[in-house]
Design a protein around this ligand. Structure first.
Ligand SMILES: Nc1nc2c(ncn2[C@@H]2O[C@H](COP(=O)(O)OP(=O)(O)OP(=O)(O)O)[C@@H](O)[C@H]2O)c(=O)[nH]1
Length: 341
């Protein structure tokens, strides 16, 4: 996957060639739209934010920054799923610059937000479509229920709105309900869904989908996959076979491999990244359900530990609730601070 840094001027979590860029630009940049997105991000993160800001505020009724308070702050950050290394680094930076000085809770939150934004900036990237690929194949992996189907549906709709020809392959052939759900999203997006009977070979389906996508001159092929982590060996073999079989047609496929993570699982997300990276070459994360989670901080821990690009975040079930990931906005929202437009 090639990815470009988020510039905040577009509202799609991906990038294309020049034509696509122009199309994206036309959709973004309206201040009303922007404003509502900022407030939605903030609203979405409010559970995570409340937990952190309340705890920090309780620690500061205008006082000098002593070691006890630093220790308590570190604990607050760990509790908020930012992870021990990040919490340690943030608190150490604060100690270095403000020890024994009078500080307010807002100053502390501001300092944390700046440091968090620095950690997140390198991973805030976009899914980039390679215009030379016809189609650009996006393999979407993740455990059941993480939001794969929904994310594929949202991405498909956004690609279509940008004038791309899209095909979806229902690669989770194990669960009939998953295929049905994908078909519903396909209809919403106006995108054909290539599916087979329950229990069919997923790799065979991916192969045929790629053949059809090529024959039809599609720009993008989005491939859903099974997420049965309880049968890790079976899943690993299945994903490896999908990749192997597609490479008979296109030796460079898949061109992107996105891992969808549910933010509400908190620290378990680390394990999921590790396990899926053993199986496939994950080169982008989509973090979903940030609207219903008090564990938004986990995204910071993941960025620090794995440095895998975060290409989009999900903050709701609606079509517009998949958004590009903006490091500064996210950091400031998490710390309950205003996000500059
Ligand atoms: N609140 C919220 N819900 C989401 C988000 N993304 C997905 N969901 C919901 O999460 C549930 C699971 O999403 P799916 O897309 O079906 O997940 P999946 O990974 O495809 O799961 P399987 O179909 O079981 O493989 C659905 O009810 C979605 O509507 C999000 O960003 N916010």
């Amino acid at each position: 996957m090639r990815a470009g840094h988020t510039d905040g001027s577009r509202d799609h979590p991906y990038r294309t060639g020049h034509a696509g860029r122009a199309a994206c630009s036309a959709r973004g940049g309206m201040s009303g739209e922007k404003k509502s997105w900022f407030s939605r991000l903030k609203e979405g993160l409010s559970k995570s934010t409340q937990r952190i800001t309340q705890s920090i505020t309780n620690l500061f009724v205008k006082k000098k920054l002593d070691q006890k308070t630093l220790d308590e702050l570190e604990e607050v950050l760990i509790q908020a799923d930012l992870g021990v290394p990040v919490a340690g680094r943030l608190v150490e930076n604060l100690r270095r610059t403000r020890f024994e000085k009078e500080v307010t809770d807002e100053e502390v939150r501001g300092a944390f937000a700046d440091d968090i934004a620095q950690i997140l900036t390198p991973v805030a990237q976009r899914l980039t479509l390679d215009p030379g690929r016809k189609p650009h194949v996006v393999l979407v992996v993740g455990v059941n229920g993480s939001g794969k189907t929904t994310t594929i549906g949202k991405l498909a709709k956004q690609f279509v709105e940008d004038g791309r020809k899209v095909l979806i392959a229902a690669g989770d052939t194990f669960r009939a309900a998953a295929v049905e759900q994908l078909k519903i999203w396909g209809e919403r997006a106006g995108v054909p869904v290539i599916a087979k009977a329950t229990g069919a070979d997923a790799a065979g389906l991916a192969f045929e989908a790629l053949e059809q996508a090529r024959a039809q001159g599609a720009d993008v092929l989005l491939i859903d996959t099974a997420g049965r982590l309880q049968n890790k060996t079976g899943l690993m073999e299945e994903l490896a076979k999908i990749v192997r079989v597609m490479r008979k047609l296109d030796s460079s496929a898949p061109h992107s491999c996105l891992l969808v993570l549910d933010a509400t699982v908190g620290q378990n997300a680390h394990n999921q990244v590790e396990v899926f990276r053993e199986m496939v070459a994950v080169d982008g994360l989509v973090v979903t359900k940030l609207d219903g989670s008090a564990k938004g901080g986990v995204l910071v821990a993941l960025a620090e530990r794995f440095q895998v690009p975060v290409v989009a975040i999900g903050v709701g079930e609606g079509i517009d609730d998949l958004r590009p990931f903006d490091a500064k906005q996210f950091a400031r929202s998490l710390m309950g601070l205003e996000t500059a437009a």
